[in-house]
Design a protein around this ligand. Structure first.
Ligand code: SF4
Length: 231
């Protein structure tokens, strides 16, 4: 009887620790390079894996590999860096269901938490304290069919919708989506050029010419560190 009870305890413990693990590509301390929290010292937690394959993806190294880490272990490493801002990124972090628990625990610990997500996975259960930075994939990404339009109904005023633009056609698509779905009435809309595909100045001038209610951004970490891993 005692042995059966112990076996049950062991099984429960094992199930609970498995339930609180995530596959992590890297955790690093840097400067936030984009979106609303740009410029803040931030700890980045990059989760492994993504079901999309955007043609201009700059984090392909996060698709495979990584290490299983306990959520409490992740929290301890984040705390060691002494930053107020934490960004959960990928890959597509929400592809791992337990990401939701990590987000909740980080919010409970008092961090200012942001989540970078592709826009292809349901965001309705993300903790409302988290600032979602959600992509809507333009046609030149090769993945615009994956946009989950119902996600727009779960955006909060502190969230941001990001359009990564690789061409004039992408720009016109994004301009149409902002107008059709009143993105700027829901939250901040960000337009960002694909490095090496669209001249940043051209994109800035299109936005000015069309008087768009969007925020232009360049990725600061690319200017500072040329996108080296760990930044
Ligand atoms: S969603 Fe993000 S991580 Fe996934 S392929 Fe696209 S750019 Fe890369």
């Amino acid at each position: 009887m005692t042995m059966v009870s112990q076996a049950n305890v062991d099984a429960t413990t094992s199930a609970s620790s498995t339930a609180e693990r995530l596959r992590i590509t890297e955790i690093f301390h840097s400067i936030q390079g984009e979106a609303d929290a740009i410029g803040w010292r931030t700890v980045f937690v990059r989760l492994t894996g993504c079901p999309l394959r955007c043609v201009w993806c700059d984090t392909e190294y996060s698709f495979y590999g990584g290490n299983w880490r306990d959520i409490d272990d992740i929290l301890a490493e984040v705390a060691a860096h002494g930053a107020k801002h934490v960004c959960i990124t990928g890959g597509e972090p929400l592809a791992q269901k337990r990401c939701l628990l990590l987000l909740e625990k980080l919010c409970d610990a008092g961090y200012d938490v942001s989540l970078e997500t592709s826009g292809a996975i349901d965001v309705s259960t993300v903790d409302p304290r988290v600032r979602k930075v959600m992509d809507l994939k333009a046609p030149d990404s090769g993945e615009s069919k994956r946009n989950l339009w119902s996600n727009l109904d779960h955006l909060l005023p502190h969230d941001q919708v990001k359009f990564v633009i690789a061409s004039r056609a992408d720009y016109e698509w994004a301009r149409g989506v902002v107008a059709e779905h009143a993105i700027d009435q829901r939250c901040m809309a960000l337009f960002s050029p694909v490095h090496g595909a669209v001249e940043p100045r051209a994109l800035a001038e299109w936005i000015i010419e069309d008087k768009l209610p969007v925020r232009f951004q360049l990725q600061l970490h690319k200017l500072l560190w040329n996108d080296a891993p760990g930044h």
